[in-house]
Design a protein. Structure first.
Length: 134
């Protein structure tokens, strides 16, 4: 089975490292960390993730701005984005954003088990590869 590629964009390097280690420990994910919001689009273009974990509040650029850049790229516009933020309560966690938003919001701190569950629920289904028609 091919590993799913997860990109984490968050300015807290200790948080991204912990998430990367927990996800990679499962053997199911290849993870790239990006700690500078301004480099988020470049990292996404290079890494070609299956899903993006994106912090909401970061210096210089917020998660909404990074998401807007990513959505303008035709190769990335359908990649699921999960926002991670300490600005919502646990009871609000798991909700979709405002009307018209395609992001899911998860509160920090988040357990590895909960994060993996949310990732699994939001990863695109693997395409069934049919044999060529002869």
């Amino acid at each position: 089975m091919e590993k799913k590629r997860i990109l984490i964009i968050d300015d807290e390097s200790t948080f991204t490292r912990m998430v990367r280690l927990n996800l990679e420990k499962t053997g199911r994910f290849e993870v790239r960390e990006e700690n500078a919001a301004a480099n988020g689009l470049t990292a996404a273009r290079e890494f070609k993730p299956d899903l993006i974990l994106l912090d909401v509040l970061m210096p210089s650029m917020d998660g909404g701005d990074v998401k807007a850049q990513i959505r303008r790229n035709r190769n990335l516009k359908t990649v699921p984005i999960i926002f991670l933020t300490a600005t919502i309560s646990a009871s609000e966690s798991g909700n979709r954003g405002p009307s018209g938003s395609d992001g899911l919001f998860i509160s920090k701190p988040v357990s590895a088990e909960r994060l993996i569950q949310v990732i699994d629920e939001n990863l695109p289904a693997d395409e069934v590869k049919l044999p060529p028609v002869i």
